[in-house]
Design a protein around this ligand. Sequence first.
Ligand code: ADP
Ligand code: MG
Length: 363
Amino acid sequence: MALAEPLLRLRGVTKRYDGGGLVVDALDLTVERGEFLTLLGPSGSGKTTTLMMIAGFEQANAGEILYEGRSIANLPPHKRDFGVVFQSYALFPHMSVAENVAFPLTLRGIARAEIDRRVARALDMIELGGLGARRPGQLSGGQQQRVALARALVFEPKLVLMDEPLGALDKRLREQMQLEIRRLHRELGLTVVYVTHDQTEAMVMSDRVAVFHLGRVQQLADPRTIHEQPANGFVARFIGETNAFDGRLTGTGDGRDVRIDGSAGLVLRGVAGQSAPRSAYVLVSIRPERISIGDGHGENRVVGRVRQAIYFGDHLGIEVAIDGGAMVRVNLGVRGVDHAPVPDSEIVLSWRAEHTLLLEPVI
Ligand code: ADP
Ligand code: MG
């Protein structure tokens, strides 16, 4: 039984701050051993609150949190023994870097020699081996964040909780740290629950992503599934770029034809992500990178006029106005595209039915 049990399991976890509305709504979630699970969602969707309840800094109003199959409701945060990293590094400014990293070990009454050995190894791991004697104030933001990471990992916790730990860093450093945390996760065999509102960060780092909205998990899956098979309109719009149209199933064909609202009779062929009754309203989502220029790339074909073509370096973004005035965004890889489509020229777009996703319209 113990083996089949996930490391962490949240069951019906519900939270409202006194008097307020539901912030976390009957949340079910499991975290497997060795997994990197990310809670991704817009600001206010309940990610931090969920992490705080796992850490023990907030209490759930209902539901239970099981660690290795046992409720941890009555365990105070320090007894849970989880490594915790938050956005503000919260290093102790009066202690040296080495003393900061040593702190969790000192707290646990570990022998001096063993502390020195582990701190040296932790500082090497984050490539700050020579800087143990410095104060946090003498380090850059990125170096401080690495020290915070070392401090959270030095006592070899079985579970590490991180809440937007890279939010304060500039883009280049953030990307470097993403790869570094990913590497540490793999090399040390850590289990990580990671919070971010940044979808690219979630994609890059995670084994699985839980997309949060309104205190509920909208979808829990690996990054590729989240992107290619979003469970609903919220996920489709929140993750990546998408062309989203409202429409109504027409009931022709096998019932997967959709008449697009506000168009002059445009009908698209799609594949239902969810089973929907005929003549139901649906959201149609087509990723810009799935649309090709010219005829013959699938069951869907529309004619439009090029509004503009924008060079992004790694891709070409083309805006096409189709009948009824709707805009379609097309992303083309730069390889093999010698000349960008000319503004105001007529253009044919086509794509496959399997890339026209029919989703529940709204949450
Ligand atoms: P996220 O981390 O996804 O941005 P939070 O869990 O921080 O979301 O917040 C979810 C909701 O709970 C927000 O509406 C927020 O204002 C509210 N909230 C968070 N912390 C508190 C608190 N200590 N007291 C009252 N309301 C709070
Ligand atoms: Mg938060």
